[in-house]
Design a protein around this ligand. Sequence first.
Ligand code: BGC
Length: 415
Amino acid sequence: MKLKLKQIVVMTGLVCASSAYATDVEVLHYWTSGGEAKSAGQLKEIVKEAGYGWKDFAVAGGGGENAMTALKTRVISGNPPTAAQIKGPSIQEWGREGVLANIDEAAIAGKWDSVLPKVVADIMKYKGHYVAVPVNVHRVNWVWANPEVLKRAGVTAMPTTWDAFFAAADKIKKSGAIAIAHGGQPWQDATVFESVALGVGGADFYKKAFVKLDQRELTSPTMVKVFDTLGRVKTYIDKDAPGRDWNLATAMVINGKAGFQFMGDWAKGEFAAAGKIPGKDYLCAAAPGTEKSYTFNIDSFAMFAQKDADARKGQLALANAIMNPKFQAIFNLNKGSIPVRSGVSKNKFDDCALKSMDDMDSTSKNGGLVPSFAHGMAMPSATQGAVVDVIAKFMNSDMSSKDAVVALAKAAKTK
Ligand code: BGC
């Protein structure tokens, strides 16, 4: 990632509000849906409890693309926020720009090396020093469903294979409901695509194609089959999908307009905010064919170097607050994700969250644990952007699977 002036665009929809505290911590995030805002509110509370003000720098837009553009603008102008919601390989990219803050002081005091899984701790470090703090683990390869819609259509169980899924989707379509709630935005297209790829090709295929960017795998007959399957998925999405926000797609499942949605478990935050109970009002299952795999997406906050000593103190307080076990429980209960650190009580977590915890544990032992590329965990940001563009083009045109595979393999070479 290079910070170039030409990347500066005028952002709309920024919400900035200052507070009465002597020192504020300014936090850039993109948690603006109902469930997300509740979770962000918890962070704000704990920061205030620590004696610091919260300056909200919220940039609407699922997946965070708009937020990243806003961030670049602020960093280029020499006025970075205290912290920003950045994850995966992007943390290294920002580290290379020389703008991140070393927060080892908080990490050592909080024994982060022993309470975080090593793979997670490594993502949070730049050149061996902590520069970011993780807040959760989201699982991406979920399918959500409305049991009433399924029942009305005569679907008796959550589909575990793509064949069973399409048979169920046909029944739902026949019953007059929309089979798949989807928002036609590139990051949502990629979210569905990566679950299809994992289900059709398996974890090894996924890793070779999307982590190692292996050209052989990217151009394989399996990848053609992935696009064929995605092409079928497309036929169950309604015509109003283009541009729709993900939480509005979740609302379609909540209010019985649609049967299924493929989305990470931030969708559970929406179900929870609407007062819905898993197993009763909605169902969660691993996307077809992915029961033994787990696509992880870890939200984290990267810390930006501060000139002012008080701002620096506030930053360390924010880092401590994020790692507080009580906070990780309450935050993740609202967010739909699971805590990333050890030592957090599992008491109040629901069955979907407990399944996520168990599945993360078992897949970390059987090789099924893979990073979500749609959510910035697997590829350099430029590569991810190019790959996602191809998927979005496939979703929005009559591009053939074979042409898509050629374009995908080319995009994967983007640096
Ligand atoms: C983030 C989630 C967020 C979702 C929708 C994902 O990339 O990791 O925290 O809720 O996008 O914006």
